[in-house]
Design a protein around this ligand. Structure first.
Ligand SMILES: Cc1cc2nc3c(=O)[nH]c(=O)nc-3n(C[C@H](O)[C@H](O)[C@H](O)COP(=O)(O)OP(=O)(O)OC[C@H]3O[C@@H](n4cnc5c(N)ncnc54)[C@H](O)[C@@H]3O)c2cc1C
Length: 373
């Protein structure tokens, strides 16, 4: 993966970012080399490897300088279809997964809504049964890659919030077409990662065959839960990759840039923060690998996956910030790339789950403190 990713240099990613163009050449190369199926079972065309191997792929992709643009271009193919892998019917797996592995089917993941961010149970998008179909109406926000994708995994309510006894019940997942006659896709303009689109979806009477319901009616939230820990592990790996890319640029510059007659890296005010960030990235990686090992050995890994995401996102942010500082004025200039890493890695403190919600989870589920919300 490192060799493959090195074919797409900083200039390639800078241009994709500047022009807000999806990195098709990169995506196609990754698909051709078989990496999109790294964690998809061999029976459906994948490699059948674990989340450890998937994490290594994502780390190298981000570390190449592709940062979040590269990671997000392939993340949803590598991991987004996990509800189908874990909960889909045999027929669905055969129908969808090989096309995802071959790179022919881009996938989006439509969960978040304008009035339901971290509190997913308050989604309002509704799927009403009509014979062999469901008809979906609602609004989604932050749906990444919806412009590239013909398909989305969409979380809906099939029983209104007010009518369920347990608030996580009554939600249903579909693998639906993003049919332009029923779904308007409106792009959001973001701080970073312009190469990979993120959108609002306006869904009006979208017809979905009942055969595309994934994981049982009313069981949508529960189908998503299995994917939370592996997703946190992959996101941690992406963060570590970006942090490493930023650190490498900072170290090279600190050796070369001479100010007051000596390389700036000779000043401990420059060197120590970089050494500190190195140790934080290493520590986050160990936590990430521990979580991945536990997951791959079918052991509980919630505490470790959350801690890995928390530490890795913070370490990446610090690495990128220190890289900008090390490059001084040039750190603020596009041609030097660290400002792009800096903008893109900020996302990892917010999505797919915020640092605050990770701390909530550790407080409650690991430390046994009372639930705060
Ligand atoms: C670039 C990008 C891409 C994304 N891609 C997707 C995608 O493909 N599919 C998708 O479904 N979603 C996607 N998301 C959405 C992302 O997962 C959400 O932004 C995230 O879930 C937070 O929701 P929110 O923004 O509505 O925040 P809110 O829920 O409104 O929270 C706002 C702030 O309050 C804090 N907060 C809220 N409640 C508590 C509490 N109880 N304790 C402490 N702090 C709290 C949060 O941590 C956050 O900092 C994406 C977001 C971004 C920015």
């Amino acid at each position: 993966m490192r060799t493959l990713a090195s074919r797409f240099d900083d200039e390639y990613w800078r241009e994709r970012d500047h022009k807000a163009e999806f990195p098709h050449e990169f995506y196609d190369a990754v698909a051709k080399a078989g990496y999109l199926g790294v964690a998809i079972p061999e029976a459906y065309g994948g490699s059948g490897l674990g989340i450890t191997e998937a994490a290594l792929v994502m780390r190298e992709v981000a570390a190449s300088g592709g940062a979040m643009a590269a990671a997000s271009a392939i993340h949803l193919s590598i991991f987004g279809v996990s509800p189908i892998v874990f909960h889909g019917t045999e027929e669905q797996k055969r129908r969808f997964l090989p096309a995802v592995v071959r790179g022919e089917m881009h996938v989006s993941f439509a969960v978040t809504e304008p009035d339901a961010g971290n509190d997913i149970t308050h989604i309002r998008t509704f799927a009403r049964r009509e014979g062999d179909y469901y008809v979906i109406n609602g609004r989604k926000v932050f749906t990444t890659k919806a412009r590239e994708s013909k398909k989305m995994l969409i979380l809906t309510r099939t029983t209104p919030f007010e009518k369920v006894t347990k608030k996580t019940d009554g939600m249903t997942l579909f693998f639906a077409d993003i049919d332009p006659s029923a779904v308007e896709v409106r792009e959001l303009h973001k701080l970073g990662r312009a190469a990979v689109d993120t959108n609002m979806l306006f869904i009006d009477n979208l017809k979905v065959p009942a055969s595309d319901l994934v994981g049982g009616e009313g069981r949508g939230f529960h189908s998503l839960l299995d994917g939370l820990n592996p997703e946190r592990i992959l996101v941690a790996a992406e963060a570590i990759g970006i942090g490493r890319a930023a650190l490498a640029k900072a170290v090279r510059y600190a050796k070369e840039r001479v100010v007051f007659g000596r390389p700036i890296g000779q000043n401990q005010a420059i060197a120590h923060p970089l050494a500190d960030v190195y140790s934080k990235l290493e520590a986050a990686e160990l936590m990430m690998m521990k979580a991945a090992w536990l997951f791959d050995h079918r052991k509980p890994c919630g505490a470790e996956a959350n801690a890995a995401k928390l530490r890795a996102a913070d370490a990446a942010w610090e690495a990128c910030d220190r890289a900008v500082q090390t490059l001084g004025g040039y750190g603020y200039v596009r041609d030097y790339d660290v400002e792009r890493y800096f903008r893109e890695c900020r996302l990892l403190k917010i999505a797919p789950v915020s640092q605050e919600m990770v701390l909530n989870s550790i407080s409650e589920h690991v430390l046994g403190l009372p639930r705060s919300y």
